[in-house]
Design a protein around this ligand. Structure first.
Ligand SMILES: [Zn+2]
Length: 390
């Protein structure tokens, strides 16, 4: 900050000289400029940098020569979190007729960023819509508009502008726009409009065939409508899209197979998946199903065999639990082991963002850390990063 002020000092001095050189006949104005300049020097001597910058902004008239300095100052205020000051400087710039077209566009862009930062999305939207027509700023304006519509949950607009941006830049936005379709499907489903919800989900899968959320919602809707075979087909699609999400839908799959009178089929299916996916969560869920359908002994044998080759904390916790229940043991070592593994699992993250590394216990379709869509995946067993746990 101090470096900037030393830079501003000669600029402010030069601007005073320059202002005088313009031979204004309006004596009051000249006096005001000089008064502001000397006030600015006093602020510097008193180590009051904010007032110094204010004095600078007042003393230096906005025109084509000084617009860049005003833009830089406005941006500096925003970065410092002083959004009101940034808005004041950028609004002042836009109000002038003396700027070039490019300078005015940059001021509009900066003011839009100020409004975004201040949470004034309707005002930012107006400015970014204006900028869409400026070729040098179209891409950033479209990206900001998509962000605004995401914030406002206006998913139709977010899709429209996302498509526009994709066309302009050539960079795929299909993962995001598929998620926006899922948002629309959820809204429709909340209003019990299954037909509309299904149409949005087909759109989502058309955009991104690997959209797990769309398949999950297709399964949920079919399950709620009593279409169990269709629900199973939708849920099992997730295995091909991204297996790390499968543990999410095991209870629903169990429900569907039970409703069709084939409860064991869920175990057969998961055994097939488990043959090439030995994640702790899947091991634990399979053991649980074995306990409820076949009893503790098959579950214990399964876990002992599994943990020999693929040790996981979730599997270990379940095996210890079984051993304790079976022997009604007072073995303090086993009890301690169970408590420790339970405690570790309670504190563990279940999900991680593959873009920013954010870890948490809940599944989010939009990462709370980096705002990426569809980037949070299920972790195979446990990961400890307590400092960043949600
Ligand atoms: Zn992230």
């Amino acid at each position: 900050m101090l470096e900037l002020l030393w830079l501003l000092l000669p600029v402010a001095a030069a601007s005073g000289w320059w202002a005088a050189k313009r031979e204004r006949t309006d004596q009051d104005r000249i006096h005001a400029v000089h008064a502001d300049r000397f006030k600015g020097l006093n602020y510097l001597l008193d180590e009051r940098p904010d007032e110094l910058i204010e004095a600078f902004v007042r003393a230096v008239e906005v025109d084509r020569d000084t617009a860049d300095t005003h833009l830089a100052l406005g941006s500096l205020f925003r970065r410092r979190g002083e959004v009101d000051r940034a808005i004041s400087i950028h609004s002042n710039l836009i109000a002038r007729n003396s700027l070039s077209t490019e300078q005015r566009s940059r001021a509009v862009l900066e003011l839009g960023e100020d409004y975004m930062r201040a949470g004034l999305f309707d005002r930012a939207e107006t400015l970014f819509r204006e900028l869409v027509g400026q070729p040098d700023h179209t891409a950033v304006a479209l990206a900001r508009l998509v962000g605004i519509y995401e914030q406002e949950k206006d998913w139709q607009e977010a899709i429209e502008y996302g498509d526009h941006l994709e066309k302009l830049t050539g960079q795929s936005r299909k993962v995001e726009t598929a998620q926006f379709c899922c948002e629309l499907a959820e809204q429709a489903w909340q209003q019990r409009d299954a037909q509309a919800a299904r149409a949005f989900l087909l759109q989502a899968l058309g955009r991104d065939p690997r959209c797990v959320r769309a398949s999950m919602l297709q399964g949920d809707i079919a399950l709620a409508e009593g279409e169990y075979a269709s629900a199973i087909t939708a849920y099992q699609t997730i295995e091909r899209q991204n297996r790390s999400y499968l543990p999410e839908i095991v209870p629903q799959l169990e429900h569907c197979y039970a409703a069709l009178g084939r409860p064991w089929a869920v175990i057969d299916y998961l055994r097939g998946v488990h043959a090439h996916d030995h994640s702790g969560r899947l091991t634990d869920l399979l053991a649980n199903l074995l306990i409820s359908q076949q009893g503790e002994e098959p579950a214990r044998l399964f876990l002992e065999d599994e943990l020999r080759s693929f040790p996981t904390l979730s599997g270990l916790r379940r095996l210890v639990e079984l051993k304790l229940a079976r022997s009604e043991s007072t073995n303090s070592d086993l009890h301690a082991l169970y408590r420790i593994s339970q405690h570790m699992l309670d504190d563990a993250a279940r999900y991680q963002c593959d873009k920013c590394g954010f870890v948490g216990k809940s599944l989010h379709w939009c990462c709370p850390g980096c705002k990426s869509w569809g980037s949070i995946k299920g972790l195979p067993d446990v990961v400890f990063k307590k400092s960043s746990l949600e």
